[in-house]
Write a new protein. Structure first.
Length: 182
């Protein structure tokens, strides 16, 4: 008789499943039972890692915030020039690569959830500050340009996510236009 071993789920597994569920099914899927079904386990495993659903939500939003700011902004820092950094940041926001694929789902959740709204506000503040810093380094000190560029990047999602990089090209053109104003 062979014994099958099942891998013990980690907190990270639950967070990954939660982000996927949020993207695919919305915030109603962020409860213990639907997530346990999604992972093929019991609610007991959920409660082993999280005191309750609000604690899970907090951890999930913390993970998204780290992904959307810390990890993403660190990748941009490796670019050589302020203009290259600005272009990459704007394109990252507009194209939603793996690092921030949950952005639209979290933003939608934030419309009716104060915890999610606070996380979105913190992410926006960090991204806007970094974008403003990049623009200032390029001698563009008008804070409205920062808001226009950031808002355009976020709004690209409403036009649909293109697999051909159309959003990145469009936001790249806006960056070029702003840089031409110097």
């Amino acid at each position: 008789m062979t014994r099958t071993t099942t891998r013990r789920l980690t907190k990270s597994d639950w967070i990954t499943a939660g982000l996927t569920a949020l993207i695919e099914a919305g915030p109603e899927a962020l409860k213990a039972e639907p997530l346990a079904r999604r992972l093929g386990t019991t609610k007991g495993s959920f409660y082993w890692h999280f005191a309750d659903v609000p604690a899970f939500h907090t951890t999930l939003l913390d993970a998204w915030e780290t992904q959307a700011t810390g990890d993403a902004l660190a990748a941009i820092a490796s670019r050589e020039t302020p203009a290259a950094k600005l272009r990459h940041l704007a394109q990252m926001i507009a194209e939603r690569p793996d690092g921030n694929a949950a952005d639209p789902a979290v933003r939608a959740w934030a419309q009716g959830n104060g915890l999610a709204a606070a996380a979105v506000a913190r992410v926006d503040a960090k991204r806007l500050a970094y974008m403003q810093e990049l623009l200032s380094g390029l001698d563009i000190d008008n804070p409205e340009m920062t808001r226009i560029l950031y808002g355009a990047g976020i709004g690209m999602d409403l036009l649909g996510h293109s697999s051909g990089g159309e959003n990145a090209c469009a936001i790249g053109s806006l960056v070029d236009l702003i840089l031409a104003l110097r």
